[in-house]
Design a binder for this molecule. Structure first.
Ligand code: HGY
Ligand code: MN
Ligand code: MN
Length: 423
């Protein structure tokens, strides 16, 4: 149960949120891994991601907080409360981005959390519980799949060794990139902390990455849960041969087989209600020569749905399809990750809704179509999310955009809610 109290002056705290500091921090982070088209490419544990983490640890001193990092690279800023033995209230998100990402996905949740801690500190109130900000490692999974590595390992959902062994397309392991990051932070004097530390509650602010809040004309939203997500890798294997001399009857063309299988998978995932989300995001053809018949094709599937049972039954159907022959080639379906849908506790969503009302903010409730680190934290402690709208619902795109006023409204709601939880 989440204990809250009304002894906190939410108006004073929310008015302490500075749009200038928010804009400044967002602009600074957007320059780390900046793309020419205004987007961001800050892949997990690359040099710009490490720079972003160092920047975050540097904010600790001005905040009166202590920076620390755990074995999977999650960076924490801890602001002590009056009773430090109590489990802290935590907020945060991620600093890594998609390869053609926007400047708000993840970064806004970290910057808003930082600004919320500043607003609370500036009121001079020392809260009963400590308050922490965290930036989770490799949420996106774009470089090292699957994503949400930092929060999954922190919460004990995945092992650290299996996570360290994940390789990127250059064959570099997550572990070796992580060791470089940890060595850099250690050289900066950042202390190491244990995994899985207790939390009283976790609240993540994030952009909606969908069209609902903008259509409702709402500056913020209270998130009631996150739909489930399963990632798969499909490999179709045929035989390479000469493009000019091999008759059709003798071919085992892996591309022909992969295209036929991909079409059948998409068909079986198509639902009348348009609730299933089926995406083939990566498609690699080998050997990749104009005049050689492909002998192997590998592609990925990102499958989402609010119901675990639907995800399970689609996974079974996919497996059955993969067992068939496709243009004379065989296929193999490898599950990469499966994260069940979560619902956030009513006590926490009620606190967010009540606080939004106290602040005069229209805050519709909605489910999250995107996954977030909160999907794992929901099994660790009472967890909920605050959304802010993004223009046209566009995300995972360089043109991702958030109105500063909405970012401020979301941060005000976050700051006031965190303070109430810490009281
Ligand atoms: O893919 C997702 O849902 C998240 O944005 N990484
Ligand atoms: Mn995100
Ligand atoms: Mn994302």
């Amino acid at each position: 149960m989440v204990d809250i109290t009304d002894s906190i002056n939410v108006q004073a705290i929310s008015e302490g949120v500075s749009s200038a500091r928010l804009a400044r921090d967002l602009a600074y982070l957007a320059a780390l891994g900046a793309r020419d088209d205004g987007g961001v490419a800050r892949l997990a544990l690359d040099t710009s991601d490490i720079q972003a983490r160092r920047w975050l640890t540097e904010q600790a001193s001005t905040l009166g907080a202590t920076a620390s990092v755990d074995a999977i690279g999650n960076v924490f800023l801890d602001l002590p409360g009056r009773e430090p033995a109590l489990a802290p209230v935590v907020t945060g998100s991620h600093l890594d981005s998609q390869p053609t990402g926007g400047r708000y996905d993840g970064a806004l949740g970290v910057v808003a959390g930082l600004e919320a801690l500043r607003a609370i500190r500036d009121t001079g109130v020392t809260l009963r519980r400590s308050l922490s900000l965290v930036s989770w490692t490799n949420e996106e999974g774009a470089r090292f799949a699957p994503g949400t590595s930092g929060s999954a390992v922190f919460c004990g959902v995945r092992g650290i060794d299996e996570t360290r062994a994940i390789r990127d397309t250059d064959g570099l392991t997550l572990g070796s990139a992580l060791d470089e990051c940890l060595a850099t932070l250690e050289a900066d004097g950042i202390a190491r902390r244990p995994l899985g530390t207790p939390m009283h509650a976790f609240i993540e602010l994030h952009i909606e990455q969908g069209p609902i809040l903008e259509a409702a004309g709402a500056p913020v939203g209270v998130v009631e849960g996150i739909q489930g997500v399963s990632w798969f890798e499909v490999t179709v294997t045929g035989s390479a041969n000469h493009a000019g001399t091999t008759p059709r009857a003798m071919r085992r063309d892996a591309l022909e087989g992969a295209c036929a299988l991909a079409t059948s998978l998409r068909e079986i995932a198509r639902d009348e209600a348009d609730c299933v989300r089926f995406t083939i995001g990566k498609f690699a053809v080998s050997p990749g020569s104009v005049n050689t018949i492909p002998d192997q094709v590998t592609f990925t599937i990102d499958l989402r749905h609010p119901k675990a049972a639907t995800l399970e039954s689609l996974a079974t159907s996919f497996q059955r399809l993969a067992e068939q022959s496709w243009a004379g080639c065989e296929a193999m379906l490898t599950p990469l990750s499966r994260i069940a849908p979560v619902e956030f506790p009513a006590s926490l969503t009620a606190l967010l809704s009540d606080t939004a009302e106290d602040l005069g903010l229209k805050a519709p409730r909605l489910m999250s179509g995107a996954f977030h680190d909160a999907i794992h934290l929901a099994g660790h402690c009472p967890t909920a999310m605050v959304f802010v709208p993004c223009r046209g619902g566009l995300s995972h795109h360089p043109n991702e955009n958030v109105e500063l006023n909405d970012a401020v409204s979301g941060t005000r709601l976050l700051a006031a809610s965190l303070a109430r939880l810490c009281a």
